[in-house]
Each structure stands twice: as C-alpha cells, then as structure tokens.
Design a protein around this ligand. Structure first.
Ligand code: GLU
Length: 466
C-alpha cells in the first residue's frame, strides 16, 4: 500500500498572500483532501529581515477566507534552524559534505580567473578533497559534495523529465560561517521531517529542485513527487504584475468575489477537467489530479472570474449566502444590517442573487432594502418625482392601504389603478421606483413592495409625495 499523501504550502511571510500563492495553496489542499491525505502549512520565516508577523497574519487570513484549512499547527521554519544545522553536520561526518575555509576574496579571485579564461564560474573549492589534518583554525562553511559527473533527472508530474548536467551543480553551502543553515537545506529537511510526499509549487522553484535532490540523495531520503506548476500570467500573456491584478487575496475579497467562486476560478487557472468551467468543491475534490495541470502559463481573466462568481452566487442557498454577505460587510468595514433588514434580504434573495456577479452587485440590487427613510432619490430617479406624479402617488395610497399584499392582489390593484389614471403600468412604475428605492433601475415593483411590507412601502410613498 502506498503511503498516505502529505502536501504542504510553504509561503515566505514577506508580503500578502498573492493570487499565485493562493493557487499553489489551493492545489496542495485539493490534492491532499482529494486523496484523503494531510495538508500542512509551513511558514518559511528564515529571512529575518523581510519576514513579518503581519505578513504571516495576512497569509493565514487569506487561507482562512478561501477555506483552505491545514492540518495541525503551522510550522515555523526559523524555529527549526538547529535541526537543519544538525543535518549539515551529519553530512559532514558522513563525508558527504566538507568544511570550506575559502574567503570571499578567494572565491571572487577564482571567479574572475574563470571568467577571463572562459571557464564556468561555478566555484570549485580546493577544500573538497583536503585532508582534515590540513584544516586551519579559521571560520568555515559546510558545503555539500555535489556529483560532478552524469546527470540529475527531476521526474516532474507537470514538466516531465527535466535533466540537469551535474557539472552545472556547485558544491552549495549548507551551513554558513555563522552556523546558520541555508534556505535550500531548510526546505529539504522540513519536507522530509514533515513527511511531505508531494511538493506542488511554482515552476520558479524547478531549478531549486535539482539542488534539493542532492541533499535528499546525500541523506538517503526518498525524494517527494514533484509537480512544478507554470506561473500565472496577466491577460496580455506577460508575467503577472500589480497592474494585472497580482493582488493579495484580501483585495479579491474586498472586490466582493465569493470564496467558492474564487476557489473554482483558481482551480481552473492552470488545471482542467474536460470543458468544465463551473463546479463546486465536491466536484473539484472528486476530479482534481496532477495530470490535469497544464504545461503552459494560465492567464488571469477577470471576465471569467466574474462569470464563475456569478454562477456561485446564484447557486448558493439563500441562508448561506446571507451569512456570507454579512461576513463580507464585516470584512470590508461596512455596517452590519439590523435584524429586520436581514429578514427582508432573506425574503428577496431568490430574486437578488440572479445575475449578481459580486457581493457589491448583490448589495446594489438590494439598495431598496439597505436604504433608510427618507429615501434620497438619485438624480435620474428624482426626475420621476414632480407635482403630477406626486399627486398620483397620493391617490394611489388608499388603494394600497386596502390591498391584501399578495403578489396577485398587488398586481391587480396597481394595474387597475394605472388604467383608471389612463396610464400604462410602466408609467406608474417610474415614480414608484423613485419613491421606494430612490433609483430608476430596481428589482420589480411587486418584489420590492412584498419584501418591504405594507407599512414601510406606504411610508416611503408618502415621504416622496410630501
Ligand atoms: N517559500 C517559497 C516561496 O514562497 C516556497 C518554497 C517551496 O514551496 O518549496 O516561494
């Protein structure tokens, strides 16, 4: 039986969780959950100058919003530095690594000479084969003994077999002169100790994989399954930049995209299952595999994102959608809705959620609910309210007072009233929309009346008529 799948997301906490990182996390989460395995989180905080607790918090928040829960505690890479150093020393004892006493100046002189002679500038340390009895009592770094002949083949689930000539590999430093481990060592030791079976990450790390394999081999550890995914590009096919929407996920949240829609869209960004564009989590979990990851960079497409988000909003059950909407208000610092407005929202949800692509659009369609009396009509709506139309609204009032407030009855009363006034219902609807919602484009007049109820509706009509 093969061992259970363990994946990890290993962000460096030097900034927000950007869209590419979020997708990497999502792929690892999907793969682990689909396989009934574990999804671990490791914060790669070894760069003490650039790592901040704020960035860690932002990453955790972003993952939480996207619903990507990890197993166990998040691991700090920095906290494991002594374990990383131990592995370097172990390799030294086993003769798979060596002490190098070369100074920066000596290395630079080597490189200059190599450049001048047109040789490879990869540093070749004279200490690799030095007899330890000749070692001076000076500071040293620990370097791995890289293979010098043959090839290293990275068997990658996305990129295929990637072959690197071993003469392109240098004896990389494992432990610095001050005793601190290098990042490349930390990654391998952590992945090994965490039992990571599959490393799914951006293909900007493909070159690192060859160097990391040296450490796996030297330690006699089994190499994980690699899957290096192409980076995300902007709509123009160029490398993603801020201008394209290389934003933190919290900015996508602030733009009103639902998390389920983001998950769906990000899953499709570089992975496919036939022609399926719109799917839910259960389907994604049933279908996700490494074979479906594409070899060429996916392009960010906001139209597609909106389209998918709109379908998720429409497909979300009303109560759950209302709940998410309240979270959205809180997350974006907007005032919470009082209970009676929440109830109205819930009643209106079946109509509101059709064709809203973001929570902003949903709220916009619900402006007649969120607005408070007296309603301040927008300029275009205000044009609908003049002496004549005010008079008509006043005349309408007793008819509505006596209506039984069902859809059928309201339709009957309003159509009959319009007829009595010698006008079409469309003509009557204009001032009613202005009075009730302060807008010229609104959900249907009947829907609004039913949701607001008799008392509130009449009060708004009377405010506008006054
Ligand atoms: N910390 C690295 C990054 O944020 C990821 C390293 C890895 O996945 O191996 O790009």
């Amino acid at each position: 039986m093969s061992s259970p799948v363990v994946t990890r997301f290993a962000p460096s906490p030097t900034g927000y969780l950007h869209i590419g990182g979020a997708r990497t996390a999502l792929f690892n989460w999907l793969f682990a959950r689909a396989q009934g395995g574990k999804f671990l989180l490791r914060i790669e905080d070894t760069d003490r100058e650039r790592s901040t607790p704020e960035a860690t918090a932002a990453i955790l928040k972003g993952l939480d919003w996207l619903g990507l829960d990890h197993d166990g505690e998040a691991i700090s890479q920095f906290a494991r530095a002594s374990r990383h150093a131990d592995v370097a020393r172990q390799l030294l004892h086993q003769g798979r690594a060596y002490k190098c006493f070369a100074t920066q100046d000596e290395i630079e002189t080597f490189r200059e000479a190599a450049r001048a002679e047109g040789r490879s500038t990869l540093y070749r340390s004279p200490w690799r084969d030095a007899d330890p009895s000749t070692h001076p009592d000076l500071p040293y770094v620990i370097r791995i003994k890289a293979p010098q002949e043959g090839e290293t083949v990275i068997v990658d689930q996305v990129q295929g077999n990637v072959t690197i000539r071993n003469d392109q590999l240098d004896d990389m430093v494992l432990l610095r002169g001050d005793g601190t481990p290098v990042y490349m060592l930390a990654v391998v030791v952590d992945d090994h100790d965490m039992g990571v079976t599959h490393v799914i990450r951006g293909d900007d790390h493909l070159n690192n994989a060859a160097r990391q394999m040296m450490i796996y081999h030297a330690m006699g550890w089994s190499v994980p399954v690699w899957a290096h995914i192409p980076l995300i590009h902007g709509p123009d096919g160029k490398k993603l930049s801020k201008r394209h929407g290389a934003l933190g996920v919290e900015e996508y949240q602030a733009m009103g995209y639902p998390a389920a829609g983001m998950r769906n869209y990000l899953t499709r960004l570089g992975w496919s299952h036939g022609d399926d564009e719109f799917f839910n989590d259960a389907q994604a979990l049933a279908w996700f595999n490494l074979e479906g990851i594409g070899k060429s960079p996916a392009r960010l497409d906001f139209k597609k994102l909106e389209n998918i988000c709109g379908q998720h909003i429409a497909a979300t059950p009303d109560a759950a959608l209302l709940h998410e909407l309240m979270d959205f208000l809180a997350a974006t610092g907007q005032p919470a809705l009082p209970a009676h407005k929440k109830a109205m929202f819930f009643a209106a949800m079946p109509h509101l959620k059709e064709r809203a692509k973001t929570f902003f659009e949903l709220l916009d369609k619900a402006a007649f609910i969120t607005a408070d009396r007296p309603i301040q009509p927008e300029a275009k709506a205000a044009e609908q309210l003049n002496d004549v139309s005010r008079g008509i609204l006043i005349e309408l009032t007793p008819h509505l007072q006596n209506a039984s407030w069902t859809r059928d009855d309201l339709e009957h009363v309003l159509n009959e009233f319009a007829q009595m006034q010698g006008m079409t219902f469309g003509k009557l609807a204009g001032p009613m929309r202005a009075a009730i919602a302060g807008r010229s484009a609104t959900p249907s007049v009947f829907d609004m009346l039913l949701v607001l109820g008799r008392e509130e509706s009449l009060a708004r009509l009377s405010d506008a008529a006054a």
